[in-house]
Design a protein around this ligand. Structure first.
Ligand code: ADP
Ligand code: MG
Length: 563
């Protein structure tokens, strides 16, 4: 029997479907990109599995996607001869969301359509986007390697449930039939369809075919449907840079990154010599919802000689560059390469340092030539870049040059000041970079520690990001200028301090010796030492941290974790 059953969607799927249908309306044609993208992934997976098991290709070694519309029936069909799905895979992939962090994502949703559609975009719309334009979707699929009788039919109206049955399906792969909503007839129209498909398929590396159009007499048309490819079907990264348009680069980004906004920048390079590989790296314009989740997938799409090997190959970039998306295609790695092998291969280490440098160079260039783009980048990924100096010792100076800080020269807490700009503004005799850390901008901005600097017209960087203290514990100097925390120890202003100031301070210290002693007596359980200081011009007293004691932020973090 057909072993037909009706199953309920996972709650999260129901929520996602509902939201998608109601908030993705202005972006509805992206469903085609998602379905083409999935078909392309399915072809990649089949090619990969066929390396070890060539029989999987059966008698159909040529992989392709076919798209056709039936305007009378108001249906749109997308068919691939890729890896296909087994019954269990259909239930798992088209009934649930397997992504880590799904629950956290759902919690972020606000009910505000505009904000939510942004969030959904970051989350990835995927297969379920079919329901933006269809009120019923059918999937016919058979996994490569399984018998024709083990085909699967899945059907749903995109509400609470779906049905699943076993069918006979001689051809391997997946056919998706969208029963279009009455208002979405346009997608069953040949010309409109061709337009949209061209837009979403030029960068796809396998042929996308549409029924050949016969103009003129109906009876001239052949009995059997003929197909023609509408894209050039070559892997985009294998083409010379000069032959790829910006629009193609952007479209390819959307495919690899599952994003539907444009990237901020990209870098496409072919490396020859001892190691041969091509890389195409993108800087996204916004952070994914799971940027700070440990288990979130990250890394590049790995190809070996143009054969897809794996998604999320994380060995090619350091953790602090985990937001970079793209492709690396190696000519030297074996087709059998695994994650374990990648971890041990010394060639990977040298690729990693070269790719890291490429990314840092791309960011440097963006900072110099497109400061507005860079500001967007910093807002989205600045906190992650701050992990850099601790993780990547060799590139510390380069990363430091990319950092941006809030500062006493600015009117608000936005991080816009680079260390180079700071150095340019240093006053005569200044040879250090001064900074102050704290929990809130409002608090550090008015800190008594800043009084002396304000008086002398010296800029101080104001660091209030949670990670800033950790960052500064890994940065000692930049371009030969030492970093100095103005809240620590005996502040030595060096040449900036006039001789009279010092004498005055010593005099005051002598005069007030008795007072200091008395304060010390009273507060001896709470303080290590009381000193007369030149730090303050307006406030009577300030708490100072010893040179090598832990900073306040770090103390709080440790206290919060119970240490
Ligand atoms: P994603 O592509 O990000 O994994 P989707 O929602 O687009 O998410 O697809 C979910 C899963 O369904 C895919 O990961 C894949 O396992 C399966 N799938 C979807 N379309 C196809 C297809 N055409 N052929 C084989 N598997 C598919
Ligand atoms: Mg997908």
């Amino acid at each position: 029997d057909a072993h037909k059953e009706t199953l309920g969607f996972q709650t999260e799927v129901k929520q996602l479907l509902h939201l998608m249908i109601h908030s993705m309306y202005s972006n509805k044609e992206i469903f085609l990109r998602e379905l083409i993208s999935n078909a392309s992934d399915a072809a990649d997976k089949l090619r990969f599995e066929a390396i070890a098991a060539p029989a999987l290709l059966e008698d159909q070694p040529d992989l392709r996607i076919r798209i056709s519309a039936d305007s009378a029936a108001n249906t749109l069909t997308i068919e691939d001869n890729g890896i296909g799905m087994s019954r269990q895979e259909v239930i798992d992939h088209l009934g649930t969301i397997a992504k880590s962090g799904t629950a956290a994502f759902m919690q972020q949703l606000t009910g505000d359509q505009k904000k939510d559609s942004q969030l959904i975009g970051q989350f990835g719309v995927g297969f379920y986007s079919a329901f933006i334009v269809a009120d019923r979707v059918e999937v016919f699929t058979r996994r490569a390697g399984l018998a024709a009788e083990e085909g699967v039919h899945w059907e749903s109206a995109g509400e609470g449930e779906f049905s699943i049955a076993t069918i006979e399906k001689p051809e391997r792969g997946t056919r998706i039939v969208l029963h279009l909503k009455a208002a979405e007839k346009e997608f069953a129209d040949g010309f409109r369809l061709r337009n949209v498909i061209t837009k979403y398929s030029d960068h796809i590396s396998l042929p996308i075919e549409l029924p050949k159009q016969h103009f003129g007499d109906e009876k001239d048309a052949p009995a059997e449907l003929e197909w023609e490819s509408v894209n050039r079907a070559s892997a985009l990264w294998t083409r010379p840079r000069t032959e790829v348009s910006d629009d193609e680069y952007k479209a390819f980004y959307k495919h690899v990154a599952h994003d539907f906004e444009d990237p901020l920048s990209w870098s496409h390079n072919k490396v020859e010599g001892k190691l041969e590989y091509t890389s195409l790296l993108y800087v996204p314009g916004r952070a994914p919802f799971d940027l700070y989740q440990r288990e979130a997938p990250r890394g590049l799409k790995l190809y070996v000689q143009r054969v897809f090997i794996m998604d999320d190959a994380e060995q090619f970039l350091p953790l602090y560059l985990r937001f970079i998306k793209g492709v690396v295609d190696s000519n030297d790695l074996s087709l059998n390469v695994s994650r374990e092998i990648l971890q041990k291969d010394p060639a990977i280490d040298s690729m990693k340092s070269a790719l890291t440098k490429r990314v840092l160079d791309m960011l440097e260039k963006m900072a110099k030539k497109e400061p507005e783009q860079y500001a967007t980048f910093w807002k989205a990924f600045g906190s992650v870049m701050k992990e850099g100096p601790a993780e990547d010792f060799a590139n510390r100076e380069k990363i430091a040059g990319l950092l941006r800080f809030a500062s006493t020269t600015q009117n608000d807490d936005s991080e816009v000041v680079s260390l180079d700009a700071y150095i340019e503004r240093m006053v005569e005799g200044q040879d250090k970079i001064y900074y102050l850390t704290g929990e809130r901008y409002a608090q550090v901005k008015n800190s008594p520690h800043l009084e002396i600097f304000r008086k002398k017209g010296i800029e101080v960087l104001l660091l209030t990001d949670r990670i800033d203290e950790w960052l500064m514990s890994h940065l000692n100097e930049y371009k030969g200028k030492q970093f100095v925390d103005v809240a620590r120890g005996d502040l030595d202003l060096g040449k900036l301090e006039a001789e009279e100031d010092k004498q005055e301070q010593e005099k005051a210290a002598q005069e007030k010796a008795d007072l200091v002693k008395r304060i010390q007596e009273v507060l001896k359980d709470d303080l290590q030492e009381v000193r007369v200081s030149h730090r303050l011009t307006d406030s009577p007293a300030v708490l100072v941290i010893n040179e090598d004691d832990m900073g306040l932020q770090m103390r709080r973090i440790l206290e919060a974790t119970g240490q």
